[in-house]
Design a protein around this ligand. Structure first.
Ligand code: SAM
Length: 447
């Protein structure tokens, strides 16, 4: 049965590319249960095959931006919980937002995920909207932030509409745990206590017109097999009801933080189990992007990149004002960051391991969200579309922000990767654009 399920998940060639059926939560759960080493290796092999078939060797780069750690909730795993009286509370002013964004642009970032605690008085939706507007308005040197993803607490359909109008990319909300009783215990107080309101947030967001939503579980809180089934069922639900599944899935694990000891949670998972979870998600929902943050070490991230991860953060600070602070760790850090390398180091490391760091946001800017992005992915157009875009945006990064060493590794990779673009015309345009970028002729790349 395990062999049959693995074969079902394997990508199949079609006239215009490749297709993949994905797996039901039941089938995927059978694979997750499997403990036979050779079969697990086969699951990993197919996960890598799917990753390469639909995403290629590109890895999208982003950074979190913490706006405020004021929070009225009581989440027992998060240091921003209301009862934590010794953590300094900070909230960025719009001037601070500008300074943080300039610092992020100076690193080379084009894509952010904004993060905030839930506090209707200190961080109302108007504050979040003002921050988004400010972020998009900053154009420092050749830099700009081209996609702002938003990770804020579950809210009303009306507020999701306003976020959509503000031009957000993906709306991200982690379920934390799908297990209702545990959820209620882990969120004893505050608006986040309401399991149904939290769990149905993505339905409200999609009904309000947000096409791209990002799911996630905070692994370590509850039994991983239960969470895994819940996550895949949630994806099935969105596909069935809204005609499009989640744009991304995040796989955070609970980390040490001020006031928080991960050992206090009984369901921590080891690196091997974690890898198996990532690979099984890859087989179950082949077209969904998968995100790994700097919560994980370089070693863990290396392994997971092969198993289906398509987005990583780099040079991240998880504190409010972290990008303009000299000292670290900061007193408002949300959790310990395990990968503390600079963005330049992360970009070079990715390339040295055969991945193309991509700063592309073209789909979003061309209105290719929701099922329109999925169509591109399903039609196997990645090599003709995403691949050249990744190379062009990488070249922008190399020219504007990279160290000499990274630049050298980068252009070697670009030369090699240009050859892989199948359509002559597209290859020629990409090569010409890269030459223009080198000669500082900047345009607004859109293809
Ligand atoms: N306040 C928003 C909410 O309630 O959904 C989201 C923002 S919060 C800054 C982002 C995520 O960080 C949370 O959803 C949670 O999964 C994660 N997080 C909180 N405490 C953590 C910890 N100690 N280790 C790892 N991740 C943590």
């Amino acid at each position: 049965m395990i062999d049959q399920i693995i074969e079902k998940a394997r990508p199949k060639k079609t006239a215009n590319g490749c297709t993949c059926t994905g797996l039901t939560h039941r089938e995927a759960s059978v694979l997750l249960e499997c403990e036979i080493p050779e079969k697990i290796e086969k699951i990993y092999e197919v996960a890598e095959e799917i990753k390469l078939a639909f995403y290629g060797n590109r890895i999208v780069i982003f950074a979190p931006l913490y706006l405020s750690n004021y929070c009225v909730n009581g989440c027992v795993y998060c240091p921003y919980h209301l009862k934590n009286k010794h953590i300094p509370r900070k909230k960025l002013s719009l001037e601070d937002v500008k300074a943080e964004v300039i610092a992020l642009q100076d690193m080379g970032h084009k894509r952010l995920a904004i993060e905030s605690g839930e506090d209707p008085v200190n961080n109302p939706i108007e504050y979040i909207l003002d921050c988004i507007k400010t972020i998009y308005s900053v154009h420092h040197k050749n830099g700009d932030i081209r996609r702002v993803n938003v990770n804020i607490a579950a809210t009303t359909a009306e507020n999701y509409k306003r976020l959509k109008e503000a031009g957000i990319g993906t709306y991200i909300l982690f379920q934390e745990t799908y297990h209702k009783q545990s959820y209620e215990k882990l969120h004893p107080t505050g608006p986040k206590h309401d399991y149904a309101y939290h769990t149905e947030a993505m339905d409200r967001a999609m009904e309000a017109g947000i096409d791209d939503v990002g799911l996630g579980v905070l692994f370590g809180l509850e039994m991983y097999k239960y969470e895994f089934a819940g996550l895949i069922m949630h994806a099935e639900h969105l596909e069935a009801v809204h005609g499009v599944g989640p744009h991304t899935i995040s796989v955070p694990r609970v980390k040490r933080a001020d006031d928080i000891d991960p050992a206090a949670f009984d369901n921590g998972i080891d690196d091997e189990t974690f890898a198996k979870i990532v690979a099984c998600i890859r087989l179950a929902v082949p077209y969904t992007g998968m995100i790994i943050s700097t919560r994980e070490t370089e070693e863990v991230r290396s392994k997971l990149l092969r198993l289906g991860i398509s987005q990583v953060s780099g040079g991240s600070r998880t504190s409010v004002g972290g990008y303009t602070e000299e000292e670290r760790p900061s007193d408002t850090e949300q959790f310990d960051v395990s990968d503390r390398r600079s963005l330049d180091e992360v970009v070079r490391w990715l390339m040295e391991n055969g991945h193309i760091p991509s700063f592309c946001t073209a789909c979003y800017r061309e209105g290719r969200t929701g099922d329109r992005f999925m169509t591109l992915c399903k039609n196997g157009q990645i090599l003709n579309c995403c691949h050249p875009n990744a190379l062009m945006t990488l070249s922008e990064y190399l020219e504007d922000y990279a160290s000499e060493k990274t630049k050298e590794v980068g252009y070697k990779m670009i030369d090699k990767e240009l050859e892989r673009i199948p359509t002559d015309k597209v290859r020629e345009i990409a090569a010409r654009n890269i030459l223009d970028i080198k000669n500082s002729d900047r345009r607004d790349f859109r293809f």
